[in-house]
Design a protein around this ligand. Structure first.
Ligand SMILES: [Zn+2]
Length: 176
């Protein structure tokens, strides 16, 4: 079994590790686009800073919807500063809301946390499909992300479906 795209298990009770363990998808969860639970428009869940003056204070993530004004805060158990769980089912890691950029495929849910994540996926998948006997990815982050993608996203026979799925996400992003 290849390593899953998002392999963080359980809840992180200390400072979340964003870059130090190769879980590249976690680098994109600072701002996550979700479907607003009130108006179904695109809303943003913002993770709080990882460090700084208030590092010891409770730091839940917060949802803000620019369409309807809805807000919601992540509820954390006593003593837990912040928790998140990355999953493969197209939900945000803080509040469990449906991701705005998610689309089903026959193999699984194709999703991106935000515009930057989508662009990275497009670059990685596009490059891989162009370079059959490929050159090494151009950056360490891309190499890490590539290694973490679900296997079905990397199979040549699924390329059209993956590209079409990414195009659907791109279209949805432009329609926000
Ligand atoms: Zn809303």
């Amino acid at each position: 079994m290849p390593a899953p795209l998002a392999s963080v298990r359980g809840f992180v009770t200390k400072r979340p590790r964003m870059h130090d363990d190769g879980r590249a998808a976690a680098a994109f969860i600072g701002n996550v686009l979700v479907s607003c639970p009130h108006c179904a428009g695109a809303a943003t869940v913002t993770g709080t800073q990882r460090s700084g003056l208030l590092a010891g204070a409770p730091s839940p993530a917060r949802l803000v919807c620019r369409h309807c004004g809805a807000t919601r805060e992540q509820r954390l158990a006593p003593g837990v500063r912040r928790g998140y769980r990355l999953s493969h089912d197209g939900h945000d890691p803080y509040l469990g809301l449906p991701l705005w950029l998610a689309t089903p495929t026959r193999h699984g849910v194709l999703f991106a946390f935000n515009a930057e994540h989508l662009a990275a996926l497009e670059a990685i998948v596009g490059a891989r499909l162009r370079e059959r006997h490929s050159l090494p990815p151009t950056s360490l982050r891309n190499a890490t992300m590539l290694s973490r993608l679900p296997r079905w996203m990397k199979l040549a026979r699924n390329r059209d479906e993956v590209l079409h799925g990414l195009a659907r996400l791109r279209h949805k992003l432009h329609g926000m």
